[in-house]
Design a protein around this ligand. Structure first.
Ligand SMILES: C[S@@+](CC[C@H](N)C(=O)[O-])C[C@H]1O[C@@H](n2cnc3c(N)ncnc32)[C@H](O)[C@@H]1O
Length: 200
């Protein structure tokens, strides 16, 4: 008689324990899923937001179709290698590769680099394109670097953000589609002139 009573008393306790174990497991899975989603969101969002928070703000604002056409127009009758510094989703690199250029993109955001590689592969130009994850120099440093390292035959085309101290040789398009064209021969001669003018 006493044994039976003990069994009756135990049964609901066992059921409660199971229910609370299931609840704990659901809670743990939900916490892990939420935590995982937040980490994934952070990992995806930060590379897009970070460039906009730097001193030289250069966020991912992809070129419009007109802008891409303007870039290609600026490179008409030229051949060789095109380098896009801050190549975004690779649209300029890919468009230039389709025009016969050997094209290279350097980009801070790894997601955009992987996406660019995928786009290049999908459009059949992956053999003529390369994309690298790379943190570029600040604009002023970039000017100096290009001035000293580019050959005189090179041409630099800026989209959306013109170079701070160079004067463009040509400007194509208007508004957000504007592209600024700088011939290395011109901006390199300015360094030479400036150096020549420096007191010895
Ligand atoms: C205005 S978007 C231009 C994208 C592309 N060139 C186009 O026209 O579609 C500028 C790009 O530069 C990248 N960027 C910003 N700062 C950078 C840095 N320090 N090094 C490399 N890329 C950078 C951004 O992630 C963004 O994709």
């Amino acid at each position: 008689m006493s044994d039976l009573r003990v069994e009756i008393e135990k049964e609901p306790v066992q059921g409660d324990t199971n229910r609370s174990r299931v609840k704990n497991r659901v809670g743990l899975v939900a916490t892990c899923a939420l935590g995982g989603s937040l980490v994934a969101l952070y990992a995806v969002a930060v590379p897009f937001i970070a460039p906009a928070l730097r001193k030289t703000c250069l966020p991912f604002v992809p070129a419009t179709n007109t802008q891409v056409k303007n870039v290609l127009r600026a490179l008409q009758s030229r051949s060789g290698t095109l380098v896009d510094i801050g190549s975004g989703d690779g649209r300029i690199v890919i468009a230039a590769a389709r025009e016969g250029f050997r094209s290279v993109g350097f980009e801070l955001n790894p997601w955009l680099v992987w996406y660019s590689r995928y786009r290049a592969w999908k459009q059949g130009v992956h053999r003529h394109t390369s994309f690298y994850i790379s943190d570029l120099w600040k604009m002023e440093q970039l000017e100096a670097k290009l001035q000293t390292e580019l050959q005189s035959s090179a041409r630099v085309v800026a989209c959306r953000f013109p170079f701070p101290t160079w004067t463009p040789d040509h400007v194509t398009g208007e508004g957000i589609d504007t592209v600024w064209v700088y011939d290395a021969e011109t901006f390199k001669s300015h360094t030479t002139t400036a150096k020549a003018a420096e007191p010895q």
